[in-house]
Ligand binder design. Structure first.
Ligand SMILES: C[S@@+](CC[C@H](N)C(=O)[O-])C[C@H]1O[C@@H](n2cnc3c(N)ncnc32)[C@H](O)[C@@H]1O
Length: 253
């Protein structure tokens, strides 16, 4: 049996590694580092820096995992994602078999927390379901959502009220009528800028936890154009951007 440790590493700040995550890193024989190409090279370097800083034994082994690109979603989003996950699972299975002997332990370093908008757990389940004898454990990490709330010094939910976590793709269909607090991730299209801003405020953060962190907040009507401009400039400067935001009805505050 091979063991896989799925380790949440925080969303860009190595200081957000938990003691449990550090202990897990130190138990692994092999560290699998996803490689998503040049655009995301900075994120790969951060994983490598985490290994250098926290792994005590010298000579630990890292293996790059080339992550296949997802096809354009078109109308069949779920079908395209399913096909993409199948290809990632095949890549992982090949590497687990080639790089881990029976009884050895591998680690997957997952951005933020593995439970939030990350498919590593689905992919590992898939590898096991396809017949590779695997045990796996999950070590939670600090999510970008937690860093967003901490930096803006806000709770995410109103008193005794729910908070919805969703994607830019979903928000593009409109602000959910039955929600007051909505956290949005994976928004490449700036869906916030297309909403009716009346009564909404936004708490936005980019590169959260990183040296170039940017925070903006205020009534959506005035803040959305500023975010769009700052976001475009930052994206051009870095070549990539990751941003997350809370939208909330003003009455909730
Ligand atoms: C594939 S999801 C991974 C989320 C991750 N599992 C987490 O817990 O933060 C990527 C999205 O997370 C958000 N994100 C991740 N890291 C971020 C950061 N450092 N600053 C702002 N947003 C971030 C962005 O919305 C980005 O599009």
């Amino acid at each position: 049996m091979r063991t896989i440790l799925v380790i949440g590493i925080g969303a860009g700040n190595p200081d957000h590694m938990t003691v449990e995550a550090i202990a897990a890193l130190n138990r692994a024989d092999v560290l699998f580092i996803p490689d998503k190409g040049a655009e995301k090279a900075g994120l790969r370097h951060l994983r490598e820096a985490i290994c250098r800083r926290f792994i005590r034994a010298p000579g630990y082994r890292t293996v790059a995992v080339p992550i296949p690109r997802r096809a354009e979603a078109g109308g069949d989003y779920r079908g395209v994602v399913d096909d993409w996950h199948a290809r990632i699972a095949a890549a992982y299975r090949g590497l687990f078999e080639a790089e881990l002997a029976e009884g050895e332990t591998g680690a997957l370093l997952v951005w933020g927390d593995p439970a939030l908008y990350d498919s590593t757990l689905r992919v590992v389940e898939r590898v096991a379901a396809a017949g590779l004898a695997l045990d796996w454990q999950v070590h939670p990490g600090i999510s970008s959502v937690q860093v967003l709330a901490a930096r803006h010094r806000i709770p995410l939910n109103g008193i005794g009220a729910p908070v919805l976590l969703t994607t830019g793709r979903r928000l593009a269909q409109g602000f959910p009528a039955d929600q007051d607090s909505v956290v949005v991730m994976l928004d490449g299209e700036q869906a916030f800028a297309k909403l009716d801003p009346a009564g909404l405020e936004i708490f936005w953060g980019a590169y959260l936890g990183m040296p170039d962190e940017i925070l903006l907040s205020g009534p959506l009507a005035e803040t959305a154009p500023l975010i769009a401009q700052v976001r475009a400039e930052a994206r051009a400067r870095h070549g990539w951007i990751m941003d997350t935001y809370l939208l909330r009805r003003r009455a909730v505050a």
